[in-house]
Design a protein around this ligand. Structure first.
Ligand code: AMP
Ligand code: MG
Length: 413
């Protein structure tokens, strides 16, 4: 079989940053959609949220105790307590709040509205806890233990700004100001496709020459972890009609297709054969692992084509897909946290390529830089070593050797 080498392969390789920028551009930013709060966790707010109510919505007690007029207990002490009649009981949730008359107290619980006329709360611990009459052992300053209307959020102000990442506190605040839905950047529906005639799904039995499929498992986990809705086609043979038939019917319900395998320079490169000239551009990226990459659109749907080796898949996810999906979801911070660390052993890296090695980073208390050692060799099939890694060691394009003891850049994954 004769293959025409596409012109891309004779071009200068793309840099990691160029390909990353192209994948980010391809995915764009997802439109806003309103979702129930429970479905918004870790998504990004698409619009400002204005508070419809103040927080707290009314002056209320910060303590279990007694609402009083501070002038009535100004003389109170352990030796000479002040005794006041308890006129009312105000548990949290009571909505009809009688005013406090001079010379009396209302028993009040945390979160209950302050009665008109009271300017202070005496903690129950500073009283005898009486229900008909109460003996107060300490003076209370005016305003003591009162949570004021709007001291957390004032009604009408922006409680959460567009672009906010919705974690537990942000979702709690949205509910506290009275919302049950939020406008977020819609999570994309992603179709993950593994190609390779050799792929078999566990628990089927392997024949010699076959392997168990693992790329889709990793990509599904990684993408679901980011909030995407993910479906997978776990094993498509290296056959263009079969590939098209498996994917094309699903395109209308898909926002992003991610394939693995079938994009390098051999024969039977099903993804390349099916999509070259159909809107997807294939390129060599100057990186190791993960050189053969592609991206574009298929019937208008963004497609990112990753190489087949499992380590290449995960490194490509980190380098390209993760930042692009974050940007699509409305995040502005797209990078993993990275630190400098001292190498425990000498590493070689190919000239002209950015190398991503699996590593284990440790930082010790009080030390500015931590220490990092490789886990496994550079081979892109060494998945077991990846499971022992907590970082990627990044060796830049112009580095061919990083000596033991030298400082390297480490991405914490
Ligand atoms: P390819 O780029 O299709 O030539 O694949 C490169 C290598 O990755 C081959 O050894 C494949 O068997 C392996 N590979 C491809 N896809 C998968 C997959 N989904 N799960 C595990 N290994 C794979
Ligand atoms: Mg293949």
């Amino acid at each position: 079989m004769v293959r025409v080498i596409p012109t891309e392969e004779t071009e200068r390789p793309r840099t990691v940053d160029e390909h990353r920028a192209e994948v980010i551009r391809l995915l764009g930013t997802r439109p806003a959609v309103e979702l129930p709060l429970a479905d918004c966790a870790s998504l990004v707010l698409a619009d400002d949220v204005r508070a419809g109510v103040s927080l707290p919505p009314f002056d209320n007690s910060a303590m279990d105790g007694y609402a009083v007029r501070s002038v009535d207990v100004v003389e109170a002490s352990g030796e000479v307590p002040v005794e006041l009649p308890v006129a009312e009981d105000i548990p949290a949730g009571r909505t009809d709040i009688p005013a406090l008359l001079p010379g009396s107290a209302h028993r009040i619980m945390t979160g209950a509205p302050m009665p008109p006329g009271a300017d202070s709360v005496v903690m129950v611990e500073h009283t005898d806890g009486g229900t008909d009459k109460v003996r107060v052992f300490r003076a209370a300053a005016p305003g003591a233990h009162i949570r004021r209307t709007g001291e957390d959020v004032a009604a009408g102000t922006i409680a959460l700004g567009a672009g906010t990442v919705l974690g537990p506190a942000q979702l709690g605040l949205a509910s506290a100001v009275g919302l049950d839905r939020l406008a977020v950047h819609a999570p994309p529906r992603v179709l993950v496709v593994s190609t390779g005639t050799e792929l078999v799904l566990p628990p089927q039995e392997l024949r010699h020459g076959q392997i168990y499929e693992s790329n889709s498992v990793m990509l599904v986990a990684a993408l679901r972890g980011m909030g995407c809705h993910v479906e997978s086609v776990r094993s498509v043979a290296d056959d263009v009609p079969a590939f098209r038939a498996a994917i094309e019917p699903k395109l209308p319900e898909t926002d992003l297709v991610v394939t693995s395998g079938g994009v390098s320079a051999g024969a039977y490169e099903v993804v390349k054969d099916a999509l070259t000239g159909a809107g997807v551009r294939f390129a060599k990226v100057a990186m190791q692992p993960g050189g053969p990459q592609g991206c574009g659109t298929w019937d208008g749907v963004p497609v990112v084509t990753l190489p087949g080796n499992p380590v290449s898949v995960l490194v490509s996810f980190e380098a390209f897909l993760r930042p692009a999906v974050l940007a699509a979801l409305g995040h502005t911070h797209l990078d993993r946290r990275h630190v400098r660390a001292q190498l425990t052993e000498t590493l070689a890296s190919p000239r002209g390529k950015r190398q991503f090695r699996r590593g284990y980073y440790t930082s010790s208390e009080g030390q500015v830089t931590g220490v990092v050692g490789p886990r496994g060799g550079p081979g892109s099939h060494l998945l077991a070593a990846f499971t022992q890694a907590n970082c990627l060691i990044v060796l830049p394009e112009d580095v061919t050797e990083a000596a033991a003891g030298s400082e390297v850049d480490v991405l914490l994954i």
